[in-house]
Design a binder for this molecule. Structure first.
Ligand code: ADP
Ligand code: MG
Length: 457
């Protein structure tokens, strides 16, 4: 398809204007291939790599069918993790921001069900969530989807990996037969195909894997003696001097151990894994994405669906068991045309697999050849403060920036990213000025009101 502009899609002017404002100038490959079918209400199975714009490919489609006056769940998006569901909800709200009175909610496990039940007392138009929790709401009749028009399975391959297939099948029993089912996946495995067969009707298949230019990624491999992994890891980070790093660990235990070791060796790091409470995960993610935490150590499941732009380095602490996991992981760096670096540290039996991965564009070396870290330190320049006010208080970034550079007396350069969530806002601020900022904000307040402010630990 040559014409990649959204305007050929017969969308309303409001939608087109919004896309232009979001700086979506033209469709991505997967959007160009899938949206015409999606908008014709066909079932679609779409495969494209991470970061290729799949959310808007189903988002624009499902939003187009929402009848605002009909207060029932018309679209349901199933996602493998809480983070991904939050991300999708955020993206859908951005796509729908000119649509007044549209209700989009997230329903995921790991949080109290009570407040979710309450929010369902006025049905939402769109529900985004993880299969387990969605099924619970359906089973208990807290939510109905008998008027569902669109069902989306986002990252279907990963939901299958995580064992959600039964939950998905059960959820579908609550949905009407006459519905559109969209299935999105980064890989197209036999399991994905058979899931599609069982829940979709004459699905149109689109795949862009071959037509997309690959990310520019330098891949390096270091073989280590098993007992030296952790110190080699420090050496790798010291050698690359990255701005930020995502380290993948194969297990939760490794993730914790790696983060601890890095912290003990002058590198500010935190682990992201399934054992954390929701608020702890949230804090870690806020800090990593706003640049106040330089190193995130994550398991694959915990990192799935994170959309972190400008990731300078990805490290595999141990070779992953499957090759497509490797491809997924390193695809996190070198996005949007910039070049990225992916370093894999492996040991023991992994050497067998690593050997099979050798090709002319990958560099292999012994980890013992790495220069020693020698007093290397990696700390974020900024820290994060939390303000107990957010979108609900109609707060906007300009309000916070205004207060900090006005009454509080900071300079714009000393302030980093400002992120406003529903009930809280997060501001990255030069470490030495955090106390001044907290004190100042408490005194000055925001938009004439005072809120609590504290430092995120
Ligand atoms: P995927 O789900 O395929 O991994 P996402 O839907 O999360 O990818 O999109 C990746 C990034 O690309 C997001 O930051 C999104 O806002 C952006 N994006 C999506 N579509 C477009 C477009 N047509 N033009 C520019 N940016 C886009
Ligand atoms: Mg996605």
């Amino acid at each position: 398809m040559n014409d990649m502009s959204f305007s050929q899609l017969h969308l309303s002017k409001l939608v087109l204007d919004n896309l232009a404002e979001l700086a979506y100038e033209k469709m991505t490959a997967i959007q160009a291939q899938s949206l015409p079918h999606v908008l014709q209400n066909k079932d679609v199975i779409a495969q494209a790599k991470t970061g290729s714009g799949k959310t808007a490919a189903f988002g624009i489609g499902l939003l187009n069918k929402i009848e605002l006056k009909n207060y029932s769940v018309q679209a349901l998006v199933l996602c493998p993790t809480r983070e991904l569901a939050d991300q999708v909800t955020k993206d859908l709200r951005r796509l729908a921001r000119f649509t007044e009175n549209i209700k989009i909610i997230t329903l995921c496990g790991g949080v109290a069900i009570g407040s979710q039940i309450k929010s369902l007392s006025h049905p939402a138009h769109i529900v985004v969530g993880t299969p387990g929790r969605i099924l619970k709401h359906l089973d208990k009749n807290y939510m109905r989807i008998d008027g569902l028009k669109t069902l989306v399975l986002d990252e279907a391959d990963r939901m299958l990996d995580m064992g959600f297939v039964e939950d998905i099948q059960k959820i579908i029993e609550f949905a009407p037969n006459k519905r559109q089912t969209l299935l999105f996946s980064a890989t197209y495995t036999d399991e994905v195909r058979s899931l599609s067969k069982s829940i979709q009707k004459s699905a149109v298949t689109v795949a862009t894997i071959d037509t997309e230019s690959p990310n520019k990624i330098t891949e390096m491999f270091y073989e280590s003696a098993a007992d030296l992994n952790l110190s080699h890891l420090v050496n790798i980070i010291a050698k690359e001097e990255p701005k930020n790093v995502l380290v993948f660990a194969n297990t939760k235990i490794d993730a914790k151990e790696v983060a601890r070791h890095l912290r003990n060796n002058g590198i500010e790091a935190a682990a992201l894994h399934g054992d954390l409470e929701q608020y702890q995960r949230n804090d870690v993610l806020v800090k990593f994405t706003n640049g106040t935490l330089p190193v995130l150590v994550a398991t694959d499941v915990a990192a799935r669906g994170l959309d972190i732009k400008e990731l300078s380095l990805v490290i595999n602490y141990g070779l992953p068991f499957e090759h497509n996991v490797y491809t997924h992981r390193i695809g996190r760096t070198g996005r949007a045309g910039s070049t990225g670096i992916a370093v894999t540290l492996y040991w023991g039996k992994q050497a067998f697999k690593a050997k099979k991965m050798q090709n002319s564009s990958r560099q292999f070396d012994k980890a013992s050849t790495l220069p020693k870290a020698n007093g290397y330190i990696l700390k974020a320049q900024n820290g994060t403060i939390v303000i107990e006010a957010g979108k609900r208080n109609k707060l906007r970034p300009g309000d916070i920036l205004g207060a900090l550079t006005g009454d509080v007396g900071l300079n714009g350069k000393q302030i980093g990213k400002i992120s406003i969530y529903d009930k809280q806002s997060y501001v990255a601020i030069e470490r030495g000025l955090i106390n001044k900022a907290i004190k100042g904000l408490k005194q000055s307040g925001l938009k004439g009101k005072r809120f609590s402010v504290w430092i995120m630990k």
